[in-house]
Design a protein around this ligand. Structure first.
Ligand code: SF4
Length: 172
């Protein structure tokens, strides 16, 4: 039994673009495919999306589905964090190469035929994160096909689970 994290998170791509430059970046491919911005290596801020935070029903928002927090300009952060402070009913998730939560996934799409995730990589990453007291989440794509019958490691921050509990009390 495992949860599908995609069903529990709403993407809010306030910033599109990233300066990190990972060769395997799925976001860069999507941005290029759908012509979202001209140059993925030059992040752009879309403050008009901030109004999504005004929803009263609690959400787990992902704010960096197409960027890395480390690449946000300070003025953008200030504006976003101020809006977050006005809307404490939500949880806000950020992806970064300096994680507070390590989310381990496997390659999906056409590349999955070329790159096969080895279970020992997953165990090694899990051990390294735990040694630094960083929680680990094995994504659903990884659990059954790659890790077989192993009990999944699916640790989530307490505040995240609290929002899910709160959501159950609301009608959609
Ligand atoms: S840090 Fe994330 S968004 Fe940035 S290039 Fe790497 S995979 Fe893409």
């Amino acid at each position: 039994m495992y949860v599908c994290i995609k069903d529990q998170i709403q993407n809010m791509n306030l910033v599109i673009g990233c300066t990190v430059g990972c060769p395997y970046c799925y976001a860069r491919n999507n941005v290029k495919r759908y012509h979202m911005i001209d140059d993925f290596s030059k992040p752009e801020f879309f403050p008009n999306k901030l109004r999504l935070m005004e929803k009263r029903r609690p959400q787990n928002f992902l704010l960096t589905g197409m960027s890395d927090l480390a690449g946000w300009e300070p003025a953008w952060r200030e504006q976003v964090f101020a809006k977050m402070a006005e809307n404490p009913q939500h949880q806000f998730l950020f992806l970064s190469k300096r994680p507070d939560l390590l989310d381990i996934d496997t390659m999906t799409g056409p590349q999955s035929r070329k790159v096969r995730t080895a279970p020992e990589w997953v165990y090694s990453l899990t051990e390294q994160a735990h040694a630094l007291h960083i929680p680990v989440f094995w994504k659903e794509d990884l659990v059954a096909p790659i890790m077989g019958g192993d009990t999944p490691v699916q640790e989530l921050p307490d505040a995240y689970n609290k929002v899910l509990e709160e959501q159950k009390k609301w009608h959609k």
